[in-house]
Design a protein around this ligand. Structure first.
Ligand SMILES: Cc1cc2nc3c(=O)[nH]c(=O)nc-3n(C[C@H](O)[C@H](O)[C@H](O)COP(=O)(O)OP(=O)(O)OC[C@H]3O[C@@H](n4cnc5c(N)ncnc54)[C@H](O)[C@@H]3O)c2cc1C
Length: 429
């Protein structure tokens, strides 16, 4: 039989590669007819990087991404509130990588097609419904635009990595509640800018509701970076969140006026925004943690299981870890409901804890705490809040989300490194 995977995003493609590594037949069904490198920056935490390295992707990732060395927090005047090393610089055995989401997706896709052939992915077909029987399931594929039935596929289980607006999640858990909207919007873009803070620093400035995140996702020559930025701003009550479409365009003028004064000595934010060709918007939404990620022969994986506020740089990494645990489970328990339950038992609680930690602002909470005490800036941050007190915000988040250096370094990799012999898996019929 075959594991059917809906969605060729970061999590679905990682699952496909991982199932190939462990020799479990699979087929990915993707709604979009032709994958294009969409999206902007995402971050991969060291434990997720290790899993992708184990899949033989080290050279590709190191070429297209940036090894992030620091994360630094600033108030709305550009004064440093907190700064800490990341990845290898922080003592992890693997780097943190900031990378263009579309470039990562293309690299995963290209690798999958090289190893498994183009038939591994059926593109331009949407998983709409499924019928279970004691021996397996049948999924109904429809055209994304017009909704007519294209085909039906039989499989052993369905793993739905169909993203933050997952139809599968809605079907399995119709009473799970609506998205929680923080009444703010995030505008995103990529622009060239002179290198700042050594060219390997992720920056987060402002406070809850009016925040600017900027980090390099690639180099341009010796003096410039491609910088991914996100501007978070409150929106008027007549706007709503029901615009969750990653390709929804915004306007530069939606954001530029609010950040006009944010010309810091390390980064000119209005110039960065002004130099951006296209801006996209996405509402600040998450979903309540689910009581289960699996029902019968169907399981949720990646954003479909756990859409979270993009705070703490965790979303994509958790999807990658999900995929690796799911592949190991399917290898160990066969293509059975037990495998899905085993995956659920290992992953759900820790990831649900991250959703909740992000609601509390994650490590960014230090910015609000400092702004409460010094709304007009400061001469000496240590007078406003001593270092030990500032450190607690970051440490607390790492502990709640399993990201401490000791914990990550002590974890064995989930499946282990791929070697020539292991790349013997088959794709499903
Ligand atoms: C176009 C796009 C742009 C993004 N840009 C950013 C960004 O700039 N920054 C950021 O932090 N995150 C971005 N994300 C989200 C980010 O990729 C995820 O948070 C994270 O990587 C987890 O990935 P995922 O595989 O679970 O979901 P996704 O990467 O969202 O992938 C889901 C996939 O499922 C497909 N799909 C949906 N419904 C069906 C269906 N019924 N049948 C078959 N296929 C289906 C989608 O077309 C998509 O390819 C973007 C996602 C998308 C789809």
């Amino acid at each position: 039989m075959t594991v059917l995977i809906s969605g060729a995003g970061i999590a679905g493609l990682t699952l496909g590669l991982s199932l190939h590594q462990v020799g479990v037949p699979f087929r990915i069904i993707e709604a979009i007819a032709e994958l294009r490198p969409l999206g902007f920056g995402i971050n991969l935490q060291p434990h997720a990087v290790r899993e992708l390295y184990d899949l033989g992707l080290k050279d590709k990732l190191d070429t297209i991404g940036v090894h992030t060395e620091r994360t630094s927090y600033f108030n709305n005047r550009g004064q440093e509130v907190w700064s800490e090393p990341r990845g290898i610089s922080a003592g992890y055995r693997f780097p943190q990588i900031s990378i263009h989401r579309g470039a990562l997706q293309m690299a995963l896709h290209e690798t999958l097609v090289e190893r498994c052939g183009p038939k591994a992915i059926l593109a331009g077909a949407k998983v709409s419904e499924w019928y279970e029987s004691p021996r397996g399931l049948e999924v109904v594929l429809t055209d994304r635009q017009y909704g007519f039935e294209i085909d039906r596929l039989r499989g052993s289980v369905l793993v739905a990595s169909d993203g933050a607006r997952s139809r599968t999640r809605e079907t399995l858990f119709p009473d799970a509640g609506k998205p929680n909207w923080r009444k703010s919007m995030m505008w995103r873009g990529v622009a060239r800018a002179p290198r700042f803070l050594g060219g390997r620093t992720m920056t987060i400035s402002g406070t809850k509701g009016m925040k600017f995140v900027a980090y390099p996702i690639g180099d341009r020559g010796k003096t410039q970076s491609f910088v991914h930025w996100i501007a978070e701003l409150p929106v008027t009550p007549d706007r709503d969140y029901d615009t969750q479409d990653w390709s929804r365009r915004g306007e530069i003028d939606d954001v530029l006026p609010s950040f006009e004064d944010w010309k810091f000595d390390w980064l000119d934010i209005p110039a960065l925004i002004g130099g951006t060709e296209a801006v996209w918007e996405w509402p600040m939404v998450d979903r309540d943690p689910l009581p289960s990620w699996t029902e019968g022969r169907v399981a949720l994986l990646g954003d479909s299981a756990h859409p979270m506020y993009p705070i703490g740089s965790n979303g994509a990494s958790q999807g990658i870890l999900d995929a690796r645990v799911m592949a190991r489970s399917l290898r160990d328990h066969g293509e059975t409901t037990l495998a899905l339950q085993d995956y659920d038992a290992e992953r759900r609680e820790p990831v649900n804890a991250i959703i909740l930690a992000n609601r509390g602002q994650g490590p960014d909470a230090v910015l609000d705490a400092v702004a409460d005490r010094a709304p007009d800036g400061f001469e000496d941050i240590d007078v406003v809040m001593p270092e030990a007190e500032r450190r607690v915000f970051s440490e607390r988040y790492k502990q709640a989300t399993g990201l401490t250096v000791e914990e990550i370094n002590a974890q064995p990799s989930i499946i282990g490194a791929a070697d020539g012999e292991r790349f013997q898996g088959k794709i499903g019929d």
